[in-house]
Design a protein around this ligand. Structure first.
Ligand SMILES: Cc1cc2nc3c(=O)[nH]c(=O)nc-3n(C[C@H](O)[C@H](O)[C@H](O)COP(=O)(O)O)c2cc1C
Length: 168
């Protein structure tokens, strides 16, 4: 798909078909994440690809039970010591944000649905996946073939979000 078409077509998908994802498609979206830019090229991320049914349900129990219906859940984890801090802003969050958006857009291009999950019990997710103490689980996303076609959610206009030269 042409780039802007991918951007326009992507939706947060909250209903999935159980069909498995071909390994080549999974590798493709992980490769897109791997190529993301990061603070000092620190690449602070580890992506835990969860297909085990019990583990998917445990991740669902961390806040969003419906994500267990997707055949794959990806947990985007960060080791903050491989990223930076600027004036109290932790950049590992941004590194993960960029890498995950690469992954999410690549998934949309492959006809796969995803949904950023930010609200979940991190301690539960860490315990389920055996993530070490110093590593943060920043986001989860289910990945699978969509079983819904949501309408686009509203967006502000460019006029509302862009100013010229100075804040206005
Ligand atoms: C950082 C971030 C965290 C999010 N967390 C959740 C979440 O915990 N649960 C959920 O259902 N959707 C979550 N979303 C999805 C948003 O609700 C969704 O992107 C927004 O409503 C716009 O809809 P769209 O993605 O279909 O364009 C999150 C999105 C982002 C970018």
């Amino acid at each position: 798909m042409e780039f802007m078409e991918v951007v326009r077509r992507r939706r947060s998908i909250r209903k999935y078909r159980p069909d498995p994802i071909p390994q080549a498609k999974l590798d493709h979206i992980l490769e897109a994440a791997r190529l993301a830019p990061s603070w000092g090229n620190g690449q602070c991320w580890t992506f835990v690809v969860v297909t085990d049914t019990k583990l998917r349900h445990e991740l669902g129990e961390a806040g969003n039970t419906w994500i267990a219906d997707a055949p794959v859940i990806i947990a985007a984890c960060a080791d903050p010591k491989h990223s930076g801090v600027k004036e109290d802003q932790d950049y590992y969050l941004l590194d993960i944000g960029i890498a995950m958006e690469h992954l999410v857009l690549a998934a949309a291009d492959q006809g796969l649905g995803t949904c950023w999950i930010g609200r979940f019990d991190e301690a539960r997710a860490k315990k389920a996946l055996g993530v070490p103490g110093n590593v943060r689980v920043v986001a989860l996303t289910p990945v699978g073939y969509p079983d819904e076609e949501p309408e686009p959610r509203p967006r502000k206009t460019l006029g509302e979000i862009v100013c010229k030269d100075r804040w206005a």
